[in-house]
Design a protein. Structure first.
Length: 186
């Protein structure tokens, strides 16, 4: 029985994954990840890494991050506690939606996750205090291949719902996108 409802989003390859919890008198049970079901959304490799982040303050932004080839990754991001406004930016060279962004609200209550393909930058803003995310990655962390964009980059013009706060020094320090930025060649 399929327990994940997949909805393609306006940026090709970006997919909303709606978990279908089973409820009973004890509470609920939901499938977080399923290789067979997510293969239809382009997940093709075993999970390489699971990460959890906790963001204490509502309004804090983490990102926008991505890994460069050959360590470009697919990630599945879902919310364990609270709520976030989750953003993916298409950085794929030659993509018809190059530099366009799409956001989804992910919360513990809405059981919604975002499947983000290689070549996308990812970031989020906490919409609640103590927002916890669980990430499934198909590629290990490759520190030497990490790249990032400033969440308030003028070329992206992301409409963050709250005033942006809590940026890490690394995220504050991302250089603005130049006009000759060609994107990520996968
Ligand atoms: C991503 C990552 C980080 N780390 C270490 C590196 C640092 O010592 C520490 C915190 O890393 P960072 O400040 O990059 O964490 P975030 O700013 O939350 O970044 C993450 O959040 C944005 C929104 C993402 O989409 C990425 O998954 C990830 O980059 O964890 C690891 O050990 N493994 C990892 O896979």
């Amino acid at each position: 029985m399929r327990r994940l409802l997949l909805t393609p989003l306006p940026l090709p390859g970006l997919v909303r994954v709606q978990r279908q919890p089973a409820h009973d008198a004890r509470g609920s049970f939901e499938r977080w990840f399923c290789a067979d079901e997510l293969a239809a959304a382009g997940w093709a490799r075993p999970i390489a890494q699971l990460n959890r982040s906790l963001t204490r303050q509502r309004g804090s932004v983490r990102g926008l991050h991505y890994q460069l080839p050959p360590h470009a990754e697919t990630k599945l991001v879902g919310c364990l506690r609270g709520a976030v406004w989750d953003v993916a930016v298409d950085l794929r060279a030659g993509s018809p939606t190059f530099l366009r962004w799409h956001a989804e609200c992910l919360s513990a209550d809405n059981a919604c996750a975002l499947l983000i393909p290689p070549g996308f930058a990812h970031g989020f803003q906490a919409l609640s205090d103590d927002a916890e995310l669980l990430y499934c990655h198909d590629t290990p962390h490759a520190p030497g291949f990490e790249a990032g964009l400033h969440p308030q980059d003028a070329r992206l013009d992301i409409a963050w719902p709250l005033p942006v706060t809590g940026l890490s020094p690394r995220d504050q320090g991302h250089a603005p996108l130049t006009l000759d930025f060609q994107g990520v060649r996968l």
